[in-house]
Design a protein around this ligand. Structure first.
Ligand code: IMP
Length: 431
């Protein structure tokens, strides 16, 4: 079975977009299964920079089927903008290649407003992307959500908006003392999205099962990263969906047995955006240097990313959680000029040494990283075409990561372009 899942094993922004873009060449179908427009995949294709928040990155390849799965929370405003921009760039040539699950939940204007209000007025800031993700998933779980299929029926949609606004307006007006929404305005503002989504809405579960039966290859595109997972991340500083590979099954509607290979993506160092614990964060000059060289600013919000050394404790756990068979090391070139490079191999909390991530967020904040230090390679690697061409110390760094993590490295990336990639093993072709 040759279907592949790609997931981030850190705090998101690992560079999944670039790898998914490369691997899309080998897949017939590319599927998003969780998250929403909080993701931001930056791809450099033919010298052109394309940032996708919602539509699977596979859309940049002609003839591939791209699916927004049932586990995604879909913002029709973002969807409409991406379709428009992609069409202007000559991408979506055939509308039939883009499909949206009717079961996906919609992001509504009040979700975005509540996200902002919670962040600005609440006591504990999460540092969300402000895209309404949390409030939309809250509604899904509390069975108040509005799905894409509901939007297609104006009567059903209008009724649901009215019911929802009774509750949302109460909270917005009474609790946050802000301006509420008029049902009429919200209903009307979605009229155009109904027209657009009618074109793309499909029973994607049926399509995927048919594809599996026909022996087509599927690429499942993860968003965010393992430590933003609602269960396994640094709760409450997480996103509102399960980002681990186990959610491919629920979020796309395929059996777990249909996924043959999970590829984990991580940077050669660590970054995170938003609030929350980050044991290996570098607050001084070294962190600034990584941010500058790595251009570490959020693709969705433009926020500067927090930067630090590679944390083998969290990545090792993520490998187990996701069933990672091979790893992809991104942005290795960012470390080119460092005299020495550190890898966190454990945490000290008080006198005790821990080699597993803590369960409580309070303990996470107390973690003192225990580092191994290695010599840097002090050379530019961006033009290396083969593993053998990498400097010895770069190879030593990669080998040490493999030893510490107990997993093989399949792909090494040394720059944003498709060409700056060494593929040791392609998870689709196994070569
Ligand atoms: P939300 O997903 O917008 O609710 O944000 C919750 C947390 O997840 C915040 O810390 C965000 O910065 C983080 N987050 C959400 N999406 C991404 C992403 O694609 N990359 C990195 N961090 C993300």
């Amino acid at each position: 079975m040759s279907n592949v899942g790609v997931v981030g094993v850190q705090w998101g922004d690992e560079g999944k977009g670039k790898i998914i873009d490369i691997l899309s060449n080998f897949a017939d179908v590319v599927v998003r299964f969780q998250g929403g427009a909080n993701a931001g995949h930056t791809i450099v294709a033919g010298g052109e920079k394309v940032i996708l928040h919602l539509i699977p990155s596979g859309i940049l390849h002609e003839g591939k089927y791209c699916i927004v799965g049932n586990g995604v929370v879909l913002d029709p405003e973002v969807f409409e903008k991406e379709v428009r921009e992609l069409k202007a760039l000559g991408y979506i040539k055939d509308d039939k290649t883009l499909m949206v699950s009717g079961l996906a939940h919609l992001i509504m204007p009040y979700h975005k407003k509540l996200d902002m209000l919670k962040e600005s007025r609440g006591k504990k800031k999460i540092g969300t992307t402000g895209r309404g993700i949390g409030p939309a998933y809250e509604d899904k779980v509390s069975r108040m959500g509005i799905r894409v299929i509901d939007l297609l029926d104006k009567k059903v949609f209008s009724e649901k908006v009215k019911q929802n606004l009774e509750n949302k307006n109460f909270i917005i007006k009474r609790y946050y003392k802000d301006e509420g929404f008029r049902p009429r305005d919200v209903i009307k503002s979605y009229d155009n999205y109904r027209k657009l989504l009618r074109k793309y809405t499909t029973d994607t579960v049926h399509f995927l099962h048919k594809s599996i039966d026909e022996g087509k290859t599927i690429l499942f595109e993860g968003a965010q990263g393992t430590y933003l997972d609602i269960d396994h991340g640094t709760y409450p500083y997480v996103t509102s969906s399960n980002t681990v590979s186990g959610n491919i099954s629920a979020g796309a509607g395929v059996p777990p047995t249909s996924i043959g290979y999970i590829l984990g993506i991580c940077k050669a160092y660590t970054t995170r955006v938003g609030e929350g614990p980050f044991p290996t964060e570098l607050l001084g000059k070294e962190g600034d240097k990584i941010r500058k060289i790595g251009a570490e600013y959020g693709a969705t919000t433009g926020r500067p990313r927090r930067c630090g050394w590679f944390d083998a404790v969290i990545v090792k756990r993520a490998i187990k959680l996701n069933g990672i068979k091979g790893l992809c090391i991104m942005k290795l070139d960012v470390l080119d000029s460092f005299e020495t490079i550190k890898i966190c191999v454990g945490y000290r909390i008080g006198k005790r040494l821990h080699t597993e991530p803590p369960m409580s967020v309070g303990d996470y904040y107390k973690c003192e990283p225990v580092y191994e230090e290695m010599d840097g390679w002090k050379a530019s690697i961006k033009d290396s075409k083969k593993y053998e061409e990498l400097p010895l110390n770069a190879k030593k760094y990669l080998k040490r990561l493999e030893e510490l993590l107990g997993v093989v490295i399949d792909i090494i990336s040394m720059g944003p372009e498709r060409e700056s990639t060494i593929i040791l093993k392609n998870p689709f072709t196994k070569s």
